[in-house]
Design a protein around this ligand. Structure first.
Ligand SMILES: [Zn+2]
Length: 239
């Protein structure tokens, strides 16, 4: 019976190690995904900002061209004004000049607004680029850690799985089934110590009869409350 109990304890130890490896891996793939997602978001934002920048810049250039053209026309109209011979032509010219003067005023205002806009877009682009650089750096780091961890644990996992297979082959079928049932339903802990007089899984204090049963070590003893298999290590007492 001692041998059977030892096998179950060993199985629990192996499973705990495998579980820890799985858990340790769990965080890094999540982080790598998160950072990749964030980087994609930033790249999208940057794309939009760059489009904004080009559009604004083009607007400014177009407006400047119209202002230049209007100023030239205004010069021309001023010369023409003195040569106009009738009222109708004069009125048309004055209207045209007013329209151009208005346009120049409007566009000049627009250009100065666009320049302010351009400045803030540029600052935003700088910020996003900095953020992108930081996130990319962190992603690279996490990816490297994950790759290393995967490479390192692949070996460990394989060895542990092999050991486990060999061990399981030796364990009585009904004991193994009992173990598996408890393991999956009780938070990956099927075999727990009971050295201090209570169940190491749910901490229920064990009745003295149960303790003596445990100490005899000639049967599988389970906690009455959580069903976990209890192990009493004899410590310094004689075996
Ligand atoms: Zn218990």
């Amino acid at each position: 019976m001692q041998k059977k109990l030892q096998q179950l304890t060993d199985l629990q130890t192996l499973d705990t190690k495998l579980y820890k490896i799985e858990k340790a891996k769990g965080n890094l793939p999540y982080l790598v995904n998160e950072f990749t997602r964030e980087i994609n978001e930033i790249q999208k934002v940057l794309e939009e900002l760059n489009t904004d920048f080009s559009d604004t810049k083009k607007d400014i250039l177009d407006s400047k061209a119209t202002v230049d053209e209007s100023n030239k026309l205004l010069e021309k109209y001023k010369d023409q004004r003195s040569m106009v011979t009738n009222n109708k032509e004069y009125e048309a010219l004055v209207n045209e000049m007013a329209y151009r003067e208005n346009l120049v005023e409007e566009l000049t205002l627009k250009i100065s607004e666009s320049n302010v806009n351009l400045q803030s877009i540029t600052e935003n682009i700088d910020q996003q680029n900095k953020l992108l650089e930081e996130k990319t750096e962190t992603l690279k780091e996490k990816q490297k850690q994950l790759d290393e961890k995967l490479a390192a644990t692949a070996e460990d996992e394989k060895k542990l799985a092999e050991k486990r297979n060999k061990l399981v082959a030796k364990i009585d079928k009904h004991l193994y089934n009992l173990y598996e049932r408890i393991y999956s339903s009780k938070n990956q802990a099927a075999v727990v110590p009971a050295d201090e007089g209570h169940c190491g899984g749910c901490f229920t204090v064990l009745p003295s009869q149960k303790l003596s049963e445990l100490k005899r070590g000639d049967s599988i003893v389970q906690c009455d409350t959580c069903s976990r298999i209890l192990i009493y290590s004899f410590g310094n007492e004689s075996k």
